[in-house]
Design a protein around this ligand. Sequence first.
Ligand SMILES: [Zn+2]
Length: 294
Amino acid sequence: MSERKVTATPQTVIYDDLPLFMRTLRDVMRDDIEKIRIDSRENFVKLVEFAEEFMPDAVERIEYYPGERPIFDLYSVEDEIQKALGRKVQLKSGGYLVIDPTEAMTTIDVNTGGYVGHRNLEETIFKTNLEAATAIARQLRLRNLGGIIIIDFIDMVDVEHQRQVLRVLEKALERDHAKTKCTGVTELGLVQLTRKRTRESLEQTLCEACPTCSGRGTLKTPETVCYEIFREILREERAYSAETYMVLASQPVVDRLLDEESAAVADLETFINKTIRFQVEQHYSQEQYDIVLM
Ligand SMILES: [Zn+2]
């Protein structure tokens, strides 16, 4: 491949301008991939030509899929994507992973599911951690998570068990096309990896920040919003003089103002000597409100 780079004519596209299906072949192809199926006749021809030139070993494994059933349905790709975007990954043993990508790092927490008997506790934990190690390597590839990755396996007493889990993890990571390195186990027993960033993660590719919470994943509680409204009314009161205040807010916030906060509202009305009215705005998010002077 590197030799061809040197001799390529200016018209030969090699790097970032390649269309997605060619990049996928270039980046994801491994020896143990049996078949690559593609449902576009036109792109199939292009892909074979590309492979003939740059990846001759792959040519025989590229196959055109002419079927009527969407190729994503055939392999439940939609379901897999849905799962690969969720925080929680269920393991067969009953345990589960919780994967949290943040800007600084990704944390992966391994959990046993539900009740675990006392007698087989260490054995169950060991099995769960082993399964988790393999599942984690797969999830890193699927989600294309890069940078620092911290894994919190369930604590194991047996040192030999700890060693085996790490070995299984390292073995599973060898299959990764992105360079992944285990950089050690911290004092708290957290396993630290680095994985080379390649392109964007699956989430960054397919999703955008939630407009309701601006990507925080949390919303201010109705209680918090109520107190913001009280402070805002006091501010308005100093700046303008109105006869009545009309608060436009979401249903949960108005409900709270009329119920739990009704005494606080009455106090405020007495203090400013004005009437405060409320109106539900169905399309407002929980954090959104307006105060209208009347
Ligand atoms: Zn949100």
